[in-house]
Design a protein around this ligand. Structure first.
Ligand SMILES: Cc1cc2nc3c(=O)[nH]c(=O)nc-3n(C[C@H](O)[C@H](O)[C@H](O)COP(=O)(O)O)c2cc1C
Length: 349
């Protein structure tokens, strides 16, 4: 798998998720088998570039390359400036967000709303390419299948984006109107893949090795992207990789491994966000990690009352150790792809 000059170790990507795929989470997924990770989106609004949130989102220290930064906005000039700003700070690939369904991205209709204004969408792509191409930085783009069932224009746009010079296209198999509800469809992704020469990445509802195999076969996509199913379950990448390569299932992680992976992630997380906000934002990762496990919901509620990182880690260690007395390995979990509110909130930020 290749994006411009960058070779990737495999064709299994972790999806950009605002508020989730920060540098510690991306590194965790990469370590556990994801071949590529795009950062959470960075706004094109200059006045926010020095905010704590944006600078945390732009933290790539120690991250394996290629460093890919997603930008979002509605103004072609501002997006081009944002691209240059991020390339100057180490981005090796720029990804344009035309997939976020939230009403407010950058205080305006951005994200997937751009798919409804094809002229503006193309203007943005051309402006970003005009600054990235001379710097040798490939530009990729992530979009949905269209605005609504009646307005599924992904194929038409994809052809224009490819002709303009986009290096790779990711398609989430839902319309903007669907938000995160209903099921992703893969016909549009298959049609785009069949029509384009550049790599096409299939995304949406991939939550098991079997689903990954089926989506790959159905769409003939060059790569797969997994989002919500990796929350609390970052080993899904090695499980999918192994299954695609051998047709066999890897055993689930041992309880001890899951505990250690999670605790290591928490320390990395506190390191990026600091004690107070790190302790608070770690709660969602802990909640996802125990989701679906016996007693997990009670633990999640209890953990939300703890007010220091030390107490969090200690409680988590004890909980997993107790769980490990009756279970050698984690039971296979089902992903709960029901995070519409969370995604809307995160995208609006
Ligand atoms: C919490 C959350 C935040 C998201 N933030 C972004 C984002 O910043 N940029 C983007 O292109 N997509 C974003 N998405 C969409 C995901 O990248 C992905 O397309 C979507 O979740 C479908 O894939 P999945 O079914 O594997 O989760 C977000 C999704 C979630 C759940």
């Amino acid at each position: 798998m290749q994006i411009g000059p960058h070779s990737l170790p495999n064709a299994l990507f972790v999806a950009p998720m605002a508020g989730v795929t920060d540098r510690p989470f991306r590194q965790l997924c990469r370590r556990l088998g994801a071949g590529y990770a795009v950062s959470e989106m960075v706004t094109s609004r200059k006045e926010l570039w020095n905010s704590l949130k944006t600078s945390r989102r732009a933290d790539h220290s120690g991250e394996p390359g290629p460093i890919a930064v997603q930008i979002a906005g509605t103004d072609a000039g501002m997006l081009a400036e944002a691209a240059v700003h991020n390339v100057d700070r180490g981005a090796q690939i720029i990804d344009i967000n035309m997939g976020c369904p939230a009403k407010k991205v950058c205080n305006k209709w951005a994200g997937s709303a751009l798919m409804r204004n094809e002229a503006l969408a193309l203007e943005i792509v051309e402006a970003v390419l005009a600054v990235c191409a001379p710097r040798g930085v490939p530009v990729t783009l992530k979009m949905r299948t269209g605005w609504s069932l009646e307005e599924r224009n992904a194929l038409r746009l994809a052809k224009q984006f490819e002709a303009a010079g986009i290096a790779m296209l990711t398609i989430h198999g839902r319309t903007r109107e669907q938000g995160y509800k209903g099921l992703a469809e893969y016909d549009t992704i298959a049609a785009v893949k069949a029509a384009l020469a550049i790599p096409v990445v299939a995304n949406g509802d991939i939550d098991s090795p079997e689903k990954a195999r089926d989506v790959l076969a159905y769409t003939n996509a060059d790569a797969l992207m997994i989002g919500r199913a990796a929350q609390g379950r970052p080993w899904i990448f090695r499980e999918v990789s192994h299954f695609l390569a051998t047709g066999e299932h890897l055993p689930a992680p041992t309880v001890a491994e899951a505990r250690d992976v999670l605790i290591e992630h928490l320390y990395d997380h506190y390191g990026l966000y600091g004690e107070l906000s790190g302790m608070r934002s770690a709660r969602k990762h802990i909640g996802w990690a125990v989701r679906g496990l016996p007693g997990g919901e009670d633990f999640r509620r209890h953990m939300n009352t703890l007010e220091s990182s030390e107490l969090q880690v200690q409680a988590l260690r004890e909980w997993f150790d107790e769980f490990g007395q009756t279970h050698d390995r984690l039971p296979p979990t089902t992903a709960a792809n029901d995070d519409e509110a969370q995604a809307d909130e995160a995208c609006a930020a």
